[in-house]
Design a protein around this ligand. Structure first.
Ligand code: PGA
Ligand code: ZN
Length: 485
């Protein structure tokens, strides 16, 4: 057989294998019936579902900065789409300051010549040399499968080989890429992942924001030991109104602080809340109550209060240093919280009231306060299902703070959310104090149906982008008739 004849044979075989001629014939017949205004657009739309599924080509890591001027890991996802590799999405990992000891390990270089040892070049290398080959050829729209590959590439529960920062950035970026490739908003894509493609709810709800308007502890520089003083708007309001209510209170609090303590009281802490020179929680809650009234709202009706004590940070040798040089036993601290709840009836949630290993006090606090308020486990659970299942059995808390980077991947964090929902507890999806301008957690909160989100003050770009994303989602859900009534 001549060369020309064999080439012609191969071409025919290729056309036959791909059923090109009959398929095109059908599409062109339809086109002729409909005569759409954009003929090529029509052809593309008909052919797109017949294309090969996308495949991850590679992940590319990069060292970028977070909101606290510390390096963090960013990951680009390249996928082969229609026979060509292209950049589909990118995202980055957040970073905490008051971290639980059971959190996934944040891999930092420890090279003091760069960023005071906080560089993440090794984690970036691990993205390029370990994670990228591990997920190559996987379908980026199957987040659960890709997250599984990421975990297997590390092989440790706390991600000590590759680094939790590398893995979270990769999981976030692949989630974004999957949504783009499926042409779905991220919250819908994540809802399908959360419900494993079965019984995905027909409607969605938006979370109530727990807005950190006054910063203490490690996020500020003063004497206030409790880390976060938050306000929560009435859960029945539309999200747009919730955001307006809390933002107006935030402005009034700023004004009040300036009038009482001078302009520097309006300086902001790491999460965008004010960091005034206050000494105790009672005073801080009192100022916030005044701000709520000044804004024309009623505490306990329009706006509620919440604390994140991050108490592991002031726990030492069995005592809690609730104010400088003022040490309390666990029982005394519980009495102190109970008094705060009685004196400030709008106070409805306390996070990390006790040290992450002081389980006896967690149990006692549930017995005393568990019916009245949310007792939220952050460092005590670290979004880890092993700790969470113990905590649920032993009744440590009635709410879970969910931070993806405490465990590694979005899929693992979703396992924790499912477990808490099954135990009839609340889930609060949370940012970290060191953030970037991605808003994955907003979509994640909507996807899982979490009733709360914690993402700082309504100020500073890395916080505001999460709130603004929720405004966008709300508008879209209303337009599509998909907002839960
Ligand atoms: P972190 O603080 O990100 O510094 O841990 C947030 C929190 O404790 O909830
Ligand atoms: Zn916390």
């Amino acid at each position: 057989m001549s060369d020309t004849a064999s080439t012609a044979g191969k071409i025919q075989e290729y056309l036959d294998d791909n059923k090109l001629q009959p398929t095109l014939q059908v599409i062109i017949n339809d086109l002729c019936k409909q005569l759409p205004s954009d003929a090529f657009g029509y052809l593309v739309n008909q052919l797109l579902p017949k294309c090969a599924p996308p495949q991850i080509d590679k992940l590319v890591g990069r060292e970028v900065l977070d909101s606290r001027a510390n390096p963090t890991v960013e990951v680009d996802v390249y996928a082969i789409v229609r026979d060509k590799s292209r950049l589909i999405a990118r995202s980055a990992a957040p970073s905490g300051a008051s971290t639980g000891s059971n959190e996934a390990m944040e891999l930092r270089d420890g090279d003091n010549d760069r960023y005071m040892g906080k560089g993440v070049k090794r984690a970036v290398d691990n993205v390029n040399t370990i994670l990228s080959p591990a997920v190559a050829r996987a379908n980026p729209t199957d987040l659960a499968a890709v997250d599984d590959l990421l975990c297997k590439a590390d092989g440790t529960e706390l991600k000590t080989k590759v680094g939790g920062n590398a893995i979270t950035a990769a999981s976030f970026a692949v989630a974004e890429a999957g949504a783009i490739l499926l042409d779905l908003p991220l919250y819908k894509h994540l809802a399908n992942v959360f419900y494993r493609g079965r019984d995905t709810p027909k409607t969605y709800r938006l979370p109530t924001p727990m807005v950190n308007i006054l910063n203490g502890g490690k996020h500020a520089g003063g004497n206030l030991k409790i880390q976060e003083f938050m306000i929560m708007p009435n859960a029945d309001l539309p999200f747009t109104e919730k955001l307006r209510y809390v933002t107006q209170v935030y402005h009034h609090l700023g004004k009040l602080l300036v009038s009482k303590y001078g302009v520097s009281a309006k300086n902001l802490g790491d999460e965008g809340g004010y960091a005034p020179p206050l000494d105790n929680a009672d005073e801080a809650l009192g100022m916030i109550e005044q701000a709520i009234s000044a804004a024309g709202f009623t505490a306990g009706k329009d706006i509620f209060l919440a604390l994140d004590c991050a108490s592991s940070e002031f726990y030492k040798d069995g005592k809690y240093e609730i104010a400088p040089k003022k040490f309390l036993t666990g029982d005394e601290l519980l009495n102190y919280y109970e008094k705060l709840v009685n004196d400030h009836p709008a106070l409805r949630s306390i996070e990390d009231a006790f040290d992450e290993k002081d389980y006896e006090m967690w149990k006692k606090s549930m017995e005393r306060l568990g019916d009245k308020i949310m007792l939220v486990g952050d460092d005590v659970f670290t979004t880890n299902t092993n700790l969470l299942s113990r905590g649920i059995n032993e009744k440590w808390a009635n709410a879970l703070l969910l931070k993806v980077n405490q465990i590694g991947t979005i899929s693992e964090a979703m396992n924790a959310a499912r477990m808490m929902f099954e135990a009839s507890g609340q889930v609060i999806v949370s940012h970290r104090s060191g953030e970037t301008t991605n808003s994955v957690i907003s979509d994640l909160a909507v996807a899982t149906g979490a009733r709360f989100i914690k993402t700082g003050a309504p100020a500073r770009g890395e916080r505001v982008c999460k709130y603004n994303r929720l405004l966008q989602i709300e508008e879209e859900l209303i337009n599509e008739g998909l907002l839960e009534k």
